[in-house]
Design a protein around this ligand. Structure first.
Ligand SMILES: C[S@@+](CC[C@H](N)C(=O)[O-])C[C@H]1O[C@@H](n2cnc3c(N)ncnc32)[C@H](O)[C@@H]1O
Length: 263
């Protein structure tokens, strides 16, 4: 579906409020019930390395609400500059910072104040100097062209009505030729119908905004990236009945993918 058509069908300001409200709750009340799994059990199930999890702040793990594992694709090296889009309470960013070491740097961007406040508190708790969390919308990044070696993101871009803008920004801030994007996200095998796309609660739960998988790949590649690896995260599953129903009917699923920034 074209973004413009989509924007006419979804109330994007209502959507942003719903997304912020849901992920404020995820930051503040990680033990509540949501449409999706969370926390360390989810991270372990998705394939996160135990050592990595043991070496980051546990409070970042309790609010983890990602949908897949992508560090095997990202190949983050010491010295790399990494950007995490929709960094939440910071679990992936903290793991990335273990891999970049102190010669590299990780920046997380998120639009929800409570997620940012929590992530920044955890940076202070562990006295880390190679990671920062900043407020922003990932459709309009406040960084120079060709700044980053790696862009990561987990369970976020499906929440954005303007996915073309997000991937254009990713291509812009990645270093041409060597830069790469490794993400996990929700896509669908078939185009979702109006009643699901226009349900802002299902959207905020990472279902309503799932792009059809071939469209998703085209949107990534349009601004100068090439998708080189895609794998399905079969262990990721939604919890509520309405979410499960949409998944079964339309093939809504989690994938991790690697795209290289072409020169
Ligand atoms: C499903 S959570 C995932 C958080 C984190 N990546 C994780 O794995 O726990 C989605 C996050 O993306 C943020 N987000 C959603 N849309 C955004 C946008 N357009 N710009 C910036 N942040 C956004 C939300 O505030 C929320 O923290």
């Amino acid at each position: 579906m074209e973004t413009t058509a989509l924007q006419q069908r979804v109330d994007t300001s209502d959507l942003e409020l719903k997304v912020k409200s849901m992920y404020r709750d995820v930051a503040l009340n990680p033990r509540e019930e949501y449409h999706f799994e969370m926390g360390r059990p989810l991270a372990e199930k998705l394939g996160y390395n135990t050592n990595d999890l043991n070496n980051i702040h546990p409070a970042s793990i309790e609010s983890f609400a990602g949908v897949g594992y992508f560090f095997d694709l990202a190949g983050i090296k010491p010295g790399d500059k990494v950007l995490d889009l929709g960094s939440g309470s910071g679990m992936d960013a903290f793991i990335a910072a273990l891999k970049t070491g102190r010669t590299g740097y990780v920046t997380g961007v998120d639009m929800t104040d409570e997620q940012l406040d929590k992530a920044n508190r955890l940076v202070e708790d562990f006295n880390l100097d190679n990671i920062t969390f900043v407020k922003g919308k990932i459709e309009q990044l406040d960084f120079d062209d060709a700044t980053f070696d790696v862009v990561i993101s987990n369970g976020v871009i499906n929440l954005c009505p303007e996915k073309e803008k997000v991937f254009a920004e990713v291509a812009r801030v990645l270093k041409p030729g060597t830069g790469r994007m490794a993400i996990a996200d929700i896509v669908s095998e078939r185009q979702l119908p109006e009643n699901i796309v226009c349900n802002s609660t299902l959207w905020a739960s990472c279902i309503g905004g799932a792009a059809q998988e071939d469209n998703y790949k085209s949107i990534i590649e349009a601004p100068g990236m090439q998708v080189v690896d895609v794998k399905r995260n079969t262990s990721y599953e939604f919890l509520s009945k309405s979410a499960k129903g949409a998944c079964d009917k339309y093939g809504v699923k989690s994938v991790s993918l690697l795209a290289n920034r072409v020169s």
